[in-house]
Design a protein around this ligand. Sequence first.
Ligand code: DC
Length: 241
Amino acid sequence: MLYWSIGRKVGQLKMKRKQRIHIAIDGPAGAGKSTVAKHIAERLSILHLDTGAMYRAMALKALRLGIEPGDAEHVLPLLPRTEITVENKNGIQHTYLDGEDVSVLIRTPEVAKGASDIGVIPEVRIKLAESQRQFAQEHDVIMDGREIGSFVLPDAPYKFYVTASAEERARRRLAELREKGLGMDKTLQSLQEEILARDHTDSTRAFAPLVRVPEAVLIDTTDMSIDDAVNEVLRCIIAGE
Ligand code: DC
């Protein structure tokens, strides 16, 4: 069974609406979605759900069992006996796989590719999307992923598509990995190739692909600081765009 538990209390968002606050942020790998979403969540006192972490945790489970994440026949039996939980501790998401905190382990390039591959399997997506929708029913949330605005929360009143050039995204990923002491064998070029391959898998899969829905506000962060991107998203939310 997959379920979520989030420890942090939701604050009061000062907005002229009584229904739940749902903000969808989609975009390709390394565009800054999670960082922007985390800051927005803090500023609005709502929760941030990094849905990529769920796919990464599922991929880690498969990889540990020697199963190729794209191998649907062997991945499907894992679903009913996989427990993925998330806790928000002091604004930081911790992801647990069958009770083990895998937040750091899921950040490797190998798991990232596995997450992209496992995300092609429709049953995996349906299962994870159910948990995400249930979470959104219970909380005010900013959710980042690939298909939040198109598939998980199509009725979200605020939708953004955050992107950046492939080179800039690779540069950021490299800095992120180096900071964590991971992926020391990676170069800017090899990371850019991996990112483009992942973009391709994510945007061409048949079921719920990465897509910019027409109503999503486009935020290109290539030449933006995190603060600029956060302020632009906040400006759009407040202006009701
Ligand atoms: O956001 P991320 O880089 O942690 O995501 C890793 C992979 O997981 C991404 O390449 C595709 C998959 N994913 C997905 O299919 N749907 C999501 N909502 C989030 C991630």
